[in-house]
Design a protein around this ligand. Structure first.
Ligand code: FEO
Length: 178
């Protein structure tokens, strides 16, 4: 049985992961508007992963006999002045999420919740990857400055990201992937 403190903290994390989904989906729309279909594709893959992250917490709570209460989502930013600004926001958002995962790890230690550890360690590793990827895009965009050719190249590169197969709602698909 999951303890109340951990259940409430993970329940809140579902909201953060769904808000991640929501903001990245807004970025998909923004990048398409800018004709940056590679970046839109990358963010579409990312939004899909965020839904999977939410479902990992969702199923963890349920598997341990807890109840999930979905919370209101915050209205987040829907437009950006430049692709660089969007990627900077994505990097900043991932740093915020890393902080939230670290808080969950702290709670698991304080509550001696050993059953939460494998899931939280998975997320700790995932956050290293997510910060690295968004930071890399920021650095590449800063490197190219105002070069349209450079932007075209970065967009092409980001468009090669491979989409995680399977529905986020299907545990059989997401327990092996992502
Ligand atoms: Fe679910 Fe991008 O952290």
């Amino acid at each position: 049985m999951i303890a109340k403190r951990m259940r409430e903290a993970m329940n809140l994390q579902i909201k953060h992961e769904l808000e991640s989904y929501y903001i990245y989906l807004s970025m998909v729309a923004y990048f398409h508007e800018q004709n940056l279909d590679g970046m839109a594709h990358w963010m579409r893959c990312q939004a899909h992963e965020e839904m999977i992250h939410a479902m990992k917490f969702f199923d963890h709570i349920i598997d341990r006999g807890g109840s999930v209460k979905l919370l209101d989502l915050k209205q987040l930013k829907t437009s950006w002045k430049s692709p660089l600004e969007a990627w900077k926001d994505a990097y900043e958002h991932e740093q915020f999420i890393t902080g939230k995962i670290n808080e969950l790890i702290k709670i698991s230690r304080e509550e001696n919740d050993y059953n939460a550890e494998p899931l939280l360690h998975w997320f700790a590793n995932e956050q290293i990857e997510e910060e690295k990827n968004t930071d890399k895009a920021v650095k590449e965009l800063e490197m190219i400055g105002n070069s349209k050719e450079g932007l075209f190249m970065v967009d092409r590169e980001l468009g090669t990201r491979v989409f995680t197969p399977g529905s986020p709602l299907d545990p059989a698909a997401y327990t092996q992937a992502v």
